[in-house]
Ligand binder design. Structure first.
Ligand code: NAD
Length: 336
């Protein structure tokens, strides 16, 4: 049984904490919070132990939220920390993880240099085995890598060009925008996503462009992949169909908009309407000789959650990629 701490209990942290509670081989020691807000209150109601910075103990106690100890206490009590603090804050915590010689999983908002390896379960689980510091790449990069490594099983991927339509904010983020504009992110090429893909697949020829759209639900990607050899459309569809964490959505069900996909998640009674799978529109898959084009939607708040669970198993050498992906998927109710 691996003892896991979650430092930073926000959009990603609360989902990772709930995922840890469902793993047969993991125990959630507790979570770290800095302010006694509604998320801290609900964690307490769920019976999750809350650890806080020394200077925040009084503030939490005054709010009626009991404190189990400091963040240092949480790190000491765990075998591994999943750091889900805001962009760049994880790097500030690394000296504490090093001081207590604890393994740590960082998120895509950190620079790649924070960790020994950047991680995508379908691409490089084996390379991450035993690594003390692993960085789970961002939501967009996770989707790109899942797709590229899957198509690479048909025949070698030589070149990727992708356009990313990014959601402007997560649903709880009331101060972010835009609310009435499309904003290039940035208005130069390439966007940072290409470099992030290269943190996992080093020599891939990839160029990405991105635009922020006024929506909170999901991202959407438009991807053009050039392969070494000619391929058949049926082989591309078959590999997508048979790869975990990728779902082909049939056009016959009329679910082509992100709002409709989230409605499906609601109808399925998915926790928090989460969709950790890459949702590929099957009719968008277009093959011409050695070129493959496709469109898919990405649920930014949940796609990295199974990756974090697998990264814990890779870091602690618990089991093979295949076994970890299977156990994570079964425990989280991922479609396949
Ligand atoms: P968030 O703001 O929702 O959550 C961060 C949490 O950390 C908050 O609860 C905040 O109170 C807490 N926090 C702030 N400072 C802290 C500190 N010093 N010590 C401990 N806790 C602290 O952020 P998020 O969206 O969950 O993002 C976390 C990481 O995950 C970032 O690296 C981000 O880039 C990455 N990520 C986010 C998304 C997404 O769509 N939200 C997707 C993939 C990856």
């Amino acid at each position: 049984m691996i003892s896991v701490a979650v430092n930073g209990y926000g959009t990603i942290g609360k989902r990772v904490a709930d995922a840890i509670l469902k793993q047969p081989d993991m125990r959630l020691v507790g979570v770290a919070k800095t302010s006694p807000n509604y998320e801290a209150f609900i964690a307490h109601r769920k019976g999750i132990k809350i650890y806080v910075p020394q200077q925040s103990i009084k503030k939490f106690e005054e709010s009626g939220i009991p404190v189990a100890g400091t963040i240092e206490d949480l790190v000491k009590a765990s075998d591994i920390v999943v750091d889900t603090t805001p962009n760049g804050v994880g790097a500030q915590y690394k000296p504490i993880y090093q001081q207590f010689q604890r393994n740590a999983i960082f998120q895509g908002g950190e620079k790649a240099e924070v960790a020994d390896i950047s991680f995508s379960a379908l691409c490089n689980y084996d390379e991450a085995l035993g690594k003390k510091y692993i960085r789970v790449v961002s939501c967009n990069t996770t989707a790109l890598l899942r797709t590229i490594c899957t198509i690479n099983k048909v025949t070698k991927v030589e070149k990727v060009r992708a356009t990313i339509v990014r959601r402007a904010a997560d649903q709880k983020e009331v101060k972010k925008g835009p609310i009435n504009s499309l904003v290039p992110d940035p208005a130069t090429v390439p966007s940072h996503h290409a470099k992030d893909v290269n943190s996992v697949i080093k020599n891939l020829d990839i160029v990405t462009m991105a635009v922020i759209a006024p929506t909170t639900l999901m991202h959407m990607h438009f991807i053009n992949i050039t392969l070494k050899d000619k391929v058949e459309k049926k082989d591309v569809l078959s590999v997508l169909e048979n790869t975990p964490r990728i779902v082909l959505i049939s056009s016959k069900y009329d679910a082509e908009a992100t709002a409709e996909l989230v409605e499906v998640a609601r109808d399925l009674k998915r926790e928090r309407n989460d969709i950790p799978e890459v949702m590929v529109f099957d009719d968008s898959v277009y093959v011409k000789d050695n070129e493959v084009m496709l469109m898919y939607a990405v649920h930014q708040e949940s796609i990295v959650v199974p990756e974090n669970v697998d990264a814990i198993r890779a870091s602690t050498r618990l089991m093979s990629a295949e076994d970890s992906i299977r156990i994570t998927n079964e425990s989280l109710g991922i479609l396949k």
